[in-house]
Design a protein around this ligand. Structure first.
Ligand code: HEC
Ligand code: HEC
Length: 422
């Protein structure tokens, strides 16, 4: 305790303590009711080190879900997004939503799509740089947020997939993700389900197939549209009050620094990505860290401590787009991510190696990763402290107005724990 506090008379200290206790007691214990427009990224860790710590998380079964009219959202995308071709129908979305949160779709019935793409955590995972797959297996890349994924012409950090409906088979069959044996084993467990079997027969002339399972899950993913952010209301909606002066200055810094060359926008809408692949130097920098002689352990996203004991770590071999094209020139190139909702999607980059937006801005301020073969157009920026703060204010202004509603919508289906079902 500091000297100033030590000099307080005892009676005042008692009053202060009683006051604090009263405040703590009066704070309503309302987990999952964050201020409007905000998500709670995981359980708050305040006081985690004390023996009196109490979790505020609730069982997902106890979280009330509220259905959103997702088909309407997809038919009329929010301000700032382009029209969506072939918007999905309610029936398909409902089926896809249920499948997305069904843990029964993994080999041992434990892992759903929604456990790596967590709705309360911006359809990614805020607490892990790279997710943990079935039976605790290592996954080498950061889980991308799925907002507005309908507009992505290519998927995955290396752009190796082009269709959402086909993409599902990658996590479903990966031995370190959902671990299923083959497509048939997945199709038979879906067919045997009393809800899914008849639903596929009703909705598709072909019934349940490789493709229709993909179409159903993709219908839900394609409806996860989020925009009408403060930036959109200012830039596209013409509301001068929608954006703070700092975020407005940040927008001009964003363009002056050339960020919009890759994180593109147009006069009518903005996806903040050109969907192209670049070598920004992230992988090079991560490898240098990993190759350093001290053993390092990541204890939280971006929080790395040196350790004495040597633990075998899985090989994180990652050659980026070279793995897809076979061209050495594509080594360590990764797809430009969208910046919509980026304030909610930490940690950042394909390997989750940057924990905060501040770290990302420092990365660009230094001209990208310290990689001799990085994208030549990236150069040190020499940003002032004000410009850095403004850029972050701008990035925070890209949070859509429906992120809480999309998370509540996600919880309108059972989480698919078969053992917990009546
Ligand atoms: C174990 C965690 C995990 C599970 C389970 C999982 N994903 Fe993912 N998902 C990831 C990771 C990691 C990536 C990025 C992989 C890469 O780029 O190589 C990804 C990428 C994606 C992408 C591409 C997004 C983009 O912007 O390119 C989509 C779509 C997606 N997942 C949907 C799903 C669906 C649907 C399921 C369930 C069938 C699922 N995921 C299950 C971790 C997971
Ligand atoms: C040459 C193209 C290019 C330019 C210019 C560029 N970026 Fe990026 N940006 C990328 C790529 C590619 C990635 C992903 C790198 C990876 O995953 O390893 C990325 C990642 C990011 C991310 C992390 C997003 C996430 O979800 O992980 C942020 C934030 C970001 N950029 C902001 C900016 C800002 C701010 C500027 C300007 C100072 C900028 N970018 C300039 C291509 C670019």
């Amino acid at each position: 305790m500091g000297r100033r506090h030590a000099r307080l008379p005892t009676s005042r200290v008692v009053v202060l303590l009683v006051g604090l206790l009263w405040l703590a007691a009066a704070t309503p214990d309302e987990p999952h009711t964050p201020p409007p427009g905000q998500l709670i990224p995981g359980d708050p860790r305040d006081g985690y080190e004390s023996a009196g710590f109490q979790t505020r998380s609730r069982q997902l079964h106890a979280v009330p879900g509220t259905r959103l009219a997702l088909a309407e959202l997809a038919a009329q995308p929010p301000l700032g997004l382009p029209p969506l071709p072939d918007p999905p129908t309610t029936d398909l979305i409902d089926l896809g939503r249920r499948l997305f949160y069904d843990r029964g779709l993994s080999a041992n019935g434990t892992l759903s799509c929604g456990m790596c793409h967590v709705p309360e955590q911006a359809f990614t995972q805020n607490e892990l740089a790279t997710p943990v797959g079935i039976e605790g297996r290592f996954v080498r890349r950061n889980a991308p947020a799925l907002y507005n994924v309908a507009y992505r012409p290519r998927l995955f950090h290396d752009g190796r997939e082009t269709s959402l409906a086909a993409q599902i088979w990658s996590p479903l069959l990966a031995g370190n993700e959902m671990g299923n044996e083959d497509r048939d084993s997945v199709l038979s467990l879906v067919a045997a389900d009393p809800i899914y079997g008849p639903a596929f027969d009703n909705l598709f002339a072909d019934g349940l197939t490789d493709a229709t399972l993909g179409n159903a899950i993709a219908a839900y993913e394609r409806a996860l549209l989020s925009a009408n952010s403060p930036f959109d209301r200012w830039y596209y909606g013409g509301d001068p009050e929608a954006l703070s002066p700092s975020a407005r200055r940040g927008f001009f810094t964003f363009t002056a620094a050339g960020c919009h060359r890759c994180h593109t926008f147009s006069n009518r809408h903005a996806l903040f990505t050109d969907d192209a692949l670049y070598r920004t130097g992230v992988e090079y920098a991560s490898r240098r860290r990993e190759a350093s002689p001290v053993d390092r352990l990541q204890v939280a996203p971006g929080v790395v401590i040196p350790i004495q004991v040597s633990v075998p770590t899985p090989d994180r071999a990652d050659d980026g787009a070279e793995e897809v094209t076979g061209q050495v020139a594509d080594r360590w190139r990764y797809r430009t991510p969208s910046l919509r909702n980026v304030a909610l999607t930490a940690p950042y980059m394909h390997d989750g190696s940057l924990a905060t937006l501040e770290a990302v801005i420092s990365f660009y301020d230094a001209g990208g990763g310290d990689d001799p073969d990085r994208e030549p157009s990236l150069a040190p920026l020499g940003l002032t402290a004000l410009q850095r703060a403004d850029l972050i204010a701008f990035l925070k202004s890209l949070t859509g107005d429906n992120v809480v509603a999309l998370a509540a919508d996600a919880r309108s289906v059972p989480i698919g724990d078969r053992r917990a079902r009546p």
